[in-house]
Ligand binder design. Structure first.
Ligand SMILES: Nc1ncnc2c1ncn2[C@@H]1O[C@H](COP(=O)(O)OP(=O)(O)OP(=O)(O)O)[C@@H](O)[C@H]1O
Ligand SMILES: [Mg+2]
Length: 356
């Protein structure tokens, strides 16, 4: 089954392809318990200068997908198939040395936990310098100058002094900034940010998101931001992919996902956003039940066991068939659900929206 999300801009590259294009990406892990089907046909496109948000509950395949784009599962047990096109080059079939050259230079990643990307025993500055020298044949002094400039740019005070600090001497927010600086050392054209601010308090979170948007303007980079936080998506992204059980269940421009969502799972996600102004008995609801087993994926809609709206579908489609990801209208909004589109719109307007 082919599914695709198209960003609003279609400037394209010299090859006529979008800057980043995932086509039917699958990532499966053989384990003692069986094959874990973590990603089952993920497709989307992203242009330079644009941001795509990927949202979904824990275990929906967000990080596994981003590691695949970085080529970090190569040489492991993971079975990766499908196509990942970046600026005209296909990454799934690329060799390890080739993808290593790309990583850090053309593509960089910001991880949720900066300590996982930084070595605890090396000075922050030296790690930034190293990130530059791996890809650039330049004197160390040039790399050091750039590292200090970037530390300054991400808001580290007295950067030439802090250059010699070890990761544990930085606060959590500063480490996150330093990791962003490290990711930017080689001006990557694609930045993948996996929960970049989840561990941080809201003030620092807002500063870091602003910083990423400033840097994006400056470098015209494409950003994939992975988050549990729909507020972050609203602020940063133009397009959204909602993942469930390793599949896209709804995708499209931010305004469609927030104002005209049609998938009951997306309704659940929207209903679980904390809001300061939610008064009275408008309580925060979590989605009942648990995500599907990725070893024994359901035959029908992956969300069926948790869906409260199956009575709107005649027959047994919800349990028997995986719904296709179908386009609604012409704006790139796609939904995977057996309920008829008009009925979904009505349900959203009458039952969901008044409670959001
Ligand atoms: N190496 C592996 N071997 C087996 N299963 C794995 C492996 N890596 C990931 N998985 C499984 O793949 C599924 C998707 O994981 P992933 O880390 O992508 O989730 P996620 O959407 O990023 O969740 P979170 O929001 O918690 O970060 C999970 O069920 C996870 O246990
Ligand atoms: Mg994750």
């Amino acid at each position: 089954m082919t599914e695709s999300v198209t960003t609003t801009a279609t400037a394209g590259t010299g090859t006529g392809r979008p800057f980043l294009e995932l086509k039917d990406l699958q990532v499966h892990f053989p384990t003692d318990d069986g094959l874990v089907k973590a990603v089952n046909g993920l497709s989307f496109t992203l242009e330079r200068g644009k941001t795509l948000g990927i949202v979904g509950e824990s275990g929906s395949g967000k990080s596994v997908s981003s590691l695949a784009i970085m080529g970090l599962q190569k040489g492991t047990q993971a079975q990766v198939s499908g196509e990942i096109w970046l600026d005209g080059a296909e990454l799934v079939s690329m060799s390890v040395p080739e993808i290593r050259r790309l990583r850090g230079q053309q593509v960089a990643m910001i991880f949720q936990d900066p300590l996982s990307a930084m070595h605890p025993f090396y000075k922050i500055g030296d790690q930034l310098v190293e990130a530059y020298l791996v890809h650039n044949n330049a004197p160390k002094s040039v790399a050091k100058k750039r590292a200090i400039e970037l530390l300054d740019r991400v808001g580290i005070p007295s950067p030439s002094k802090r250059f010699d600090d070890y990761p544990h001497q930085f606060s959590g927010g500063m480490r996150q900034r330093a990791m962003i600086a490290m990711a930017l050392m080689c001006d990557p054209q694609l930045l993948i940010a996996d929960e970049p601010t989840t561990a941080l308090d809201v003030t620092v979170q807002a500063q870091i998101l602003d910083l990423m948007m400033d840097l994006q303007k400056e470098f015209n980079s494409a950003i994939v931001i992975i988050t549990h936080d729909l507020g972050v998506v609203a602020q940063m992204a133009q397009d959204v992919v909602v993942m469930y059980g390793g599949r896209v269940v709804e995708s499209g421009p931010v305004r469609d996902i927030f104002y005209r969502p049609e998938m009951p799972y997306t309704w659940g996600l929207l209903g679980s956003i904390p809001r300061v102004n939610r008064g009275g008995d408008h309580r925060l609801k979590s989605i009942r039940g648990t995500p599907p087993s990725l070893i024994n994926l359901p035959n029908g809609c992956p969300f069926q066991p948790r869906c409260d709206y199956q009575q709107y579908v005649e027959g047994h489609s919800c349990v028997a068939e995986v719904p296709e990801l179908l386009q609604i209208g012409t704006g790139g909004h796609r939904v995977r659900c057996h309920i008829e589109s008009e009925q979904r719109s009505r349900l959203f307007a009458e039952q969901i929206k008044p409670n959001l």
